[in-house]
Write a protein that binds this ligand. Structure first.
Ligand SMILES: Cc1ncc(COP(=O)(O)O)c(C=O)c1O
Length: 407
C-alpha cells in the first residue's frame, strides 16, 4: 500500500516555501511588512501523514510523539475534577497559586515561593525567561541539535541565535571551548536542556557550572529532569547557586500532564518582577484548577511510586529500542542518559531526514521525527521516542530491520 510519500515531501517543502513567499502577500496589506515566519515543525507534517495512514487502516507505531503513553495519575485527575466542581475558578496572581509555588520552591535549595512563576506550560516560561534578558539585536547561544522552540523564541524577540553544533564524536556534549568561541559582546544568555531533547544528554553539575560561569545568564530547561537512567538522581542547575541561572520546568513529561498545560520558572530575585510583569500581559495566570492538580502531583504520597513504575517501563523500552536499532544497523551515537528519545544516525541511508521519515512511515508504518526539526545538523538523524513502551519499540525496530534488509 502506498501513502503518497513523494507528494507529502513535496507538500511539506512547498508549504514552507509558499508561507515564506512574498508573492502570497496580498495588496490589501501593502502597508505592512510580511508576517514573521518561523520555521515549521516538520514532525507535524509527519503526524498528519501518520494520521492519514491510520485513517486508511494502517497500523501506525507512534515513535514521533514526545509524550508518555500513560494517563496522568488518578489522584491528579480527581483533584482537577474536584477543583473544577468546587473552585477556585478565577485568575490567580500572575506568579501563580501561592501553595503551589511554595511546593515548587521546596524542590530548589535556597529558593522561595516569591521566585517561582507558574504558567501554562514550560513553553511560555522559556519565552518569558528569554524576554527578561534579551533585547533586539542581542545574541543567545543555542545548540544544534536542540529543542527548536528556543531559536524560534530568540528570533521572535528580534535577537539572533548563535548556534553551537554538538558533535556525535563528543557524545553530543557541549564543548566549553566551542561555547566560548561563540560568545560575543552581544551574548546575553545560553539556553540548554538537561536532560536534552533530542539527544538525552544529561549535564553534570560541573558542566552546568562551567557554562554558568561563561555566560551572563544560563537558562536551563529541566522538563526531563527526573527521567534519567543512571542510578543517582541529577541535581537541578539551581543547586549551583550561581546567581545567574533561570530554571524552567513543567508537569507535562514527569507527570504525564501534557494537556494540562502547566509549567514554571525559578528566577533570580533580580528578574522575577520583570518576569511577573511580562506574564501579567502575556497570560495573566495559569488555570486555577490546573494549578490545584499540579499541587497534587507534587505533594500526593502515591506519586513517587507511580513515577518509579513509569521509569522502569521507560528503562525497559529504552533497552529494547537501542538493541533493536543496533540490530537493524542504525547507530545511536550517544545512548540517552535521560528523557525518552534516541537520536539515531540514518546518515548511511539518507541526508534528507524528512524524506527518509516519510519513506519509513510509508514502508513500515513507523512514525519517527525527522532530525531536521532539531537544527541543520539533524538532516542525518531520526528521533525515536520510546515513551510508548517496550512493545511498540520491539515491533517498530523489527519492522525497520525487515525493511532495511530488503531495501
Ligand atoms: C525540551 C522541551 N522543553 C519544553 C517542552 C514543552 O513543554 P510544555 O508541554 O511544558 O510546554 C518540550 C516538549 O516537548 C520539550 O521537549
Amino acid at each position: 500500500m502506498s501513502y503518497g510519500v513523494r507528494s507529502h515531501v513535496g507538500y511539506c517543502r512547498d508549504r514552507h516555501r509558499t508561507l515564506q513567499s512574498p508573492y502570497e502577500w496580498p495588496m490589501v496589506f501593502s502597508m505592512l511588512p510580511e508576517p514573521r515566519m518561523l520555521p515549521p515543525f516538520y514532525v507535524m507534517e509527519l503526524m498528519r501523514a501518520a494520521d492519514e495512514a491510520e485513517q486508511r487502516g494502517r497500523d501506525v507505531l507512534h515513535m514521533e510523539v514526545g509524550e508518555p503513553a500513560w494517563p496522568p495519575p488518578t489522584v491528579v485527575r480527581e483533584s482537577l475534577a474536584d477543583a473544577v466542581r468546587s473552585g477556585p475558578w478565577g485568575y490567580t496572581s500572575a506568579l501563580g497559586d501561592r501553595e503551589l509555588r511554595a511546593a515548587i520552591a521546596e524542590q530548589y535549595p535556597g529558593a522561595t515561593d516569591a521566585q517561582v512563576l507558574v504558567s501554562t506550560g514550560t513553553s511560555p516560561v522559556l519565552l518569558l525567561a528569554l524576554a527578561c534578558v534579551v533585547r533586539a539585536g542581542d545574541e543567545v547561544i543555542v545548540f544544534d541539535p536542540g529543542y527548536p522552540c528556543v531559536p524560534n523564541f530568540v528570533r521572535l524577540l528580534g535577537a539572533q541565535p548563535r548556534v553551537v553544533t554538538l558533535r556525535p564524536e563528543d557524545g553530543f556534549r557541549p564543548s566549553l571551548d566551542a561555547v566560548r568561541a561563540a560568545r560575543s559582546a552581544r551574548t546575553r544568555a545560553l539556553v540548554v536542556g538537561s536532560p536534552a531533547n533530542p539527544t538525552g544528554v544529561t549535564l553534570t553539575s560541573e558542566e552546568l557550572a562551567a557554562l554558568a560561569e561563561t555566560m551572563p545568564c544560563l537558562i536551563v530547561d529541566e522538563i526531563y529532569r527526573g527521567i534519567e537512567y543512571a542510578d543517582a538522581p541529577v541535581a537541578s542547575a539551581w543547586a549551583l547557586d550561581a546567581g545567574n541561572v533561570i530554571v524552567v520546568d513543567g508537569f507535562s513529561k514527569k507527570y504525564a500532564m501534557t494537556g494540562f498545560r502547566l509549567g514554571y520558572g525559578v528566577f533570580p530575585p533580580a528578574l522575577i518582577r520583570a518576569a511577573e510583569n511580562i506574564h501579567q500581559s502575556m497570560v495573566i495566570s495559569a488555570s486555577p484548577f490546573v494549578q490545584k492538580a499540579g499541587l497534587t502531583a507534587l505533594t500526593h504520597p502515591d506519586i513517587p511510586s507511580i513515577r518509579r513504575d513509569w521509569m522502569s517501563q521507560l528503562a525497559e523500552a529504552r533497552g529494547v529500542l537501542l538493541d533493536g536499532l543496533a540490530q537493524a544497523g542504525i547507530p545511536v551515537p550517544s545512548p540517552p542518559e535521560g528523557a525518552f528519545y534516541a537520536l539515531a544516525d540514518v546518515g548511511a541511508f539518507t541526508n534528507d531526514s524528512l524524506a527518509f521519515a516519510l519513506e519509513l512511515l510509508d514502508a513500515t508504518g513507523v512514525a519517527a521525527t525527522p532530525g531536521v526539526d532539531f537544527g541543520p545538523s539533524g538532516s542525518r538523524y531520526l528521533r525515536f521516542s520510546f515513551a510508548r513502551g517496550a512493545d511498540v519499540a520491539r515491533e517498530a525496530t523489527a519492522r525497520i530491520a525487515d525493511w532495511l534488509s530488503a531495501r
